[in-house]
Design a protein around this ligand. Structure first.
Ligand code: SF4
Ligand code: SF4
Length: 56
C-alpha cells in the first residue's frame, strides 16, 4: 500500500525533496502523496519531524 500523510503534518516540506519519484506535493492544509506514484521506499517517513507519513 502507498504511503499517506496524516493530519500531523506541519507542512515543513522536508519530505518533498526526498521522494525519488516526486510523488509528494503541497496540499491545502498538509502535504499529500500521489498513491499511484509512490513506490513505498519510506524516505519521506525517515525525514519527517512529526512522523506524519505512514503506510497504513
Ligand atoms: Fe515518495 Fe518513498 Fe514517500 Fe512513497 S514512500 S511518497 S516513494 S518518499
Ligand atoms: Fe509534512 Fe512531515 Fe512532509 Fe514535513 S516532512 S511536509 S511535516 S509530512
Amino acid at each position: 500500500m502507498a504511503y499517506q500523510i496524516s493530519d500531523e503534518c506541519i507542512s515543513c516540506g522536508a519530505c518533498e525533496a526526498e521522494c525519488p519519484v516526486s510523488a509528494i506535493s503541497a496540499g491545502d492544509d498538509k502535504y499529500v502523496i500521489d498513491a499511484d506514484a509512490c513506490v513505498e521506499c519510506g524516505a519521506c517517513a525517515g525525514v519527517c519531524p512529526v512522523g506524519a507519513p505512514n503506510a497504513e
